[in-house]
Design a protein around this ligand. Structure first.
Ligand SMILES: [Zn+2]
Length: 463
C-alpha cells in the first residue's frame, strides 16, 4: 500500500473510540486506520508513536489573532499564532472578524480571511454583527456562501462591539435559513456598568478588583435573555466562555426543551480562579468574564464530567505584560484576555485526564471533535476517521514538564500558567500529512494555512 506517511505503534483516540492502530496518510488525508503492524511500502516515512497517544489535532473554537479592542491590538499574526497552536497540538483555529465602529462585517471577514495563508495550519472564521442595517441580511447570506456561518455577538462593550437585543434577534432569524448560528458573549452590560461605577466610586477599580466589576449575575442574566430570543426564533445558539455553573445549567435546561444550545468553556476558567487577582501581578489575569471564585470553578468543572459542556476553547488574546500593565489601575481601560492557544490542550489534559480521570475520548470530544462539529468543520477536522484531514497530535501522556513563557511560542512575554507542573504534551505534530513539529522542534515552517469554509451548523450532534 503506498502512502505519504504512516503513524505507527500508537493508541489512536477519536471522540467515540480508542484503540491500537496505525494511521496511514495519503494526499494529506487519513487514508486508513490499520491494525498495528500492518505492512506498508518500506519507502513510506514512519512516525514512531510507540507508547504514545495519536489524537486528532486540536480544534480551537475561540482564538483571536491580531485582535483590536479599544486602544490595544493583540500582538500575534497568523504565522505566530498558528506556530504556537501547532506546538501545543492544535491544528485548526477559528479566528474572529470583529468590525470596528463603521466597518462592514463582510469586508472585515474578507480582510481577516486573507491573512490565513500565512499560517502553519488551517483556520476557519467567525463573523460578527454589531449593528443591524438594511444591508446586513445580504451580507450574512454572502458570508454563509463563503463559509462564514458562525456570527459572534456581544451583549457588553457598549459603543464598541455590543449588539442590542433586536439586532441579536434579527441576526438569529436570518441565520436560521442559512445553516448558521450566533455565538454569543453574554454579560449584561447594564449590570457591569453599574458594578464598575460602584467600584470606581470607592476607588476599587484596579486589576486586583476585577471580580467585583463583572459579577456572575451579569452573565446569568444575559444568558437567560439570549436563550429566550433563540427559543422564540427556534435557532441554534452557542455561548462562548461560560464561566459559571448557573449559566451552563440554563443552557442545559434549554437543550432539554429541544433547543440546540451549546456551552463553550475556556481553559482559564477551568484551571485558574480569582485568587490570581490577589497576587502581585493581577493585571496578567484580567479577562472577561473574569476568573471566578474557587467554588464556582469547582461547580463549572463538574459539568465537564456530566457532559453539559460542549467545547473547550482558549479565548487566546496575545497581549504582553506592558499592555496589561499600562492601565492596571482602571480595568475599564485595560485590554481583556489571556494568551492560551499553546497551553489549552496540555493544561486540560494534565488537570482533568491525568488528574481527575476524564476519559481520553471525552478529552478529544471537548477539544477537537465538538469544536469542529459546532463550527461546521466536522468530520474534515476533529477526527481521525478515514477521509479526515491528516492533522495529528502524537501525544506523550506521561511526559512531565513545567510551563514557562520562555519556552512557549506565543508572541508575548508571559503565560498565566508560569511554573505550573503538567503531565502530558504533544511531541510530534502532523498538519495536512506533513510533520511540522517533531520531538519539540519545528521541522517544517512552510506557510500552508488554508481557509476552511464551514458547512451547515452544527454538523452532526454536539454533546
Ligand atoms: Zn473572545
Amino acid at each position: 500500500m503506498s502512502a505519504d506517511l504512516v503513524v505507527r505503534g500508537g493508541t489512536v483516540v477519536d471522540s467515540a473510540w480508542e484503540g491500537p492502530a496505525d494511521v496511514l496518510v495519503s494526499d494529506g488525508v487519513v487514508a486508513a486506520l490499520l491494525a498495528r503492524g500492518t505492512p506498508v511500502d518500506p519507502d513510506v516515512p514512519v512516525v514512531d508513536a510507540r507508547g504514545r497517544l495519536v489524537l486528532p489535532g486540536g480544534v480551537d473554537p475561540h482564538c483571536h489573532v491580531g485582535f483590536t479592542s479599544g486602544e490595544y491590538t493583540s500582538l500575534d499574526d497568523h504565522r505566530e499564532c498558528t506556530t504556537a497552536a501547532v506546538f501545543g497540538g492544535t491544528t485548526t483555529i477559528v479566528d474572529f472578524a470583529i468590525p470596528r465602529p463603521g466597518q462592514r462585517p463582510l469586508d472585515v471577514a474578507r480582510a481577516q480571511r486573507a491573512k490565513i495563508p500565512a499560517g502553519l495550519c488551517d483556520a476557519a472564521l467567525h463573523g460578527c454583527v454589531v449593528e443591524w442595517d438594511d444591508t446586513t441580511a445580504d451580507q450574512l447570506r454572502v458570508l454563509a456562501d463563503e463559509g462564514v456561518r458562525t456570527i459572534k455577538m456581544f451583549t457588553t462593550y457598549r459603543g464598541e462591539s455590543m449588539a442590542d437585543e433586536s439586532t441579536i434577534l434579527r441576526t438569529m432569524a436570518a441565520l436560521r435559513d442559512l445553516g448558521g448560528m450566533v455565538v454569543v458573549h453574554c454579560e449584561a452590560d447594564h449590570i457591569i456598568v453599574d458594578s464598575q461605577e460602584h467600584a470606581a466610586g470607592v476607588d476599587r477599580i484596579g486589576a486586583g478588583d476585577m471580580p467585583a466589576t463583572r459579577p456572575e449575575l451579569a452573565e446569568t442574566a444575559s444568558v437567560a435573555e439570549v436563550l429566550a430570543i433563540a427559543e422564540s426564533q427556534r435557532t441554534p445558539v452557542y455561548f462562548v466562555h461560560q464561566s459559571t455553573a448557573a449559566a451552563v445549567e440554563l443552557v442545559a435546561a434549554a437543550r432539554r426543551r429541544g433547543l440546540r444550545a451549546y456551552t463553550e468553556t475556556v481553559a482559564h476558567h477551568l484551571l485558574l480562579d480569582e485568587s490570581s487577582y490577589a497576587g502581585p501581578e493581577p493585571e496578567r489575569f484580567v479577562c472577561c468574564p473574569p476568573l471566578r471564585a474557587r467554588e464556582s470553578v469547582e461547580a463549572l468543572t463538574r459539568h465537564l464530567f456530566t457532559g453539559e459542556i460542549s467545547t473547550i476553547g482558549s479565548d487566546h488574546c496575545c497581549y504582553d505584560t506592558a499592555q496589561k500593565r499600562e492601565h492596571r489601575h482602571d480595568v475599564r481601560q485595560m485590554p481583556n484576555g489571556l494568551p492560551g492557544v499553546e497551553t489549552r490542550l496540555a493544561t486540560v489534559f494534565s488537570e482533568f485526564v491525568v488528574g481527575r480521570g476524564l476519559s481520553l475520548t471525552r478529552f478529544v470530544e471537548l477539544t477537537a471533535a465538538n469544536p469542529a462539529r459546532a463550527n461546521g468543520l466536522y468530520p474534515r477536522k476533529g477526527s481521525l476517521m478515514p477521509g479526515a484531514d491528516a492533522d495529528i497530535a502524537i501525544w506523550d501522556p506521561r511526559l512531565a514538564w513545567t510551563v514557562t513563557a520562555a519556552q512557549l511560542h506565543q508572541a508575548t512575554d508571559y503565560t498565566p500558567y508560569e511554573g505550573r507542573r503538567l503531565t502530558g504534551r504533544p511531541t510530534t505534530v502532523v498538519v495536512g500529512g506533513r510533520v511540522v513539529v517533531d520531538e519539540g522542534e519545528l521541522v517544517d515552517g512552510t506557510a500552508r494555512g488554508r481557509y476552511v469554509p464551514a458547512g451547515d451548523i452544527p454538523a452532526g450532534p454536539v454533546q
